[in-house]
Design a protein around this ligand. Structure first.
Ligand code: PRP
Ligand code: MN
Ligand code: MG
Length: 181
């Protein structure tokens, strides 16, 4: 059945590996942003699981807000068009902003986000992504914090979806080809 763990062919990153890495990233961010009250900007929907785990390991005062953009539609390939579906509530002006993503794939989404947010004059702007699918990059974007570099395979779970399914899996896995072909 679509969306269940039985349709996952291989677990790429298990729950323990994810949790250890998330804690490590949060610890580093807590050191780097001491005294800066960073604003974490989660990119919906994919980043909601990662951000919710990450933020609970952050040891310093911080704010959280969300933006929603979409480039994929329901398929597995980027359309190259980035739509803003929900903007921030909190102003980023003079704030130390950390964009939080589940995955940077082609980089198109992140490039648009960086352009958009840097135009709003933040004090600083950084990117924290759980996954980096480097092989697929078509635009060069600087990533400040990266959880895992992954190969060019279609991955789901821990916030990442296929046709909105699988976001609830506690691990990152590769579904059987029959699922998405
Ligand atoms: C996915 C992912 C990133 C983006 C990365 O989001 O969560 O936001 O695509 O792709 P790119 O580097 O090629 O631009 P998606 O558009 O699927 O929306 P979702 O987070 O709501 O699933
Ligand atoms: Mn996304
Ligand atoms: Mg998606």
């Amino acid at each position: 059945e679509l969306g269940t763990s039985e349709t996952i062919e291989r677990i790429l990153i298990n729950e323990n590996q994810l949790q250890a890495k998330v804690a490590e990233l949060a610890n580093q961010i807590s050191i780097d942003y001491e005294g800066k009250n960073p604003l974490f900007v989660g990119i919906l929907k994919g980043a909601f699981v990662f951000l919710s785990d990450l933020i609970r390991h952050v040891k310093i005062p911080a704010h959280v807000d969300f933006m929603q953009v979409s480039s994929y539609g329901s398929g597995t390939e980027s359309s190259g068009i980035v739509k803003i579906l929900k903007d921030l509530d909190i102003s980023v002006e003079d704030r130390h902003v950390i964009i939080v993503e589940d995955i940077v794939d082609t980089g198109v989404t992140m490039q648009h986000l960086l352009e958009l947010l840097s135009a709003r004059k933040p004090a600083s702007l950084a990117v924290c992504t759980l996954l980096d699918k480097k092989e697929r990059r078509i635009v060069d974007v600087h990533l400040n914090y990266v959880g895992f570099e992954i190969p060019n395979a279609f991955v789901v779970g821990y916030g990442l979806d296929y046709a909105e399914f699988y976001r609830n899996l506690p691990f990152i896995g590769i579904p059987y080809k029959e699922v998405y072909e």
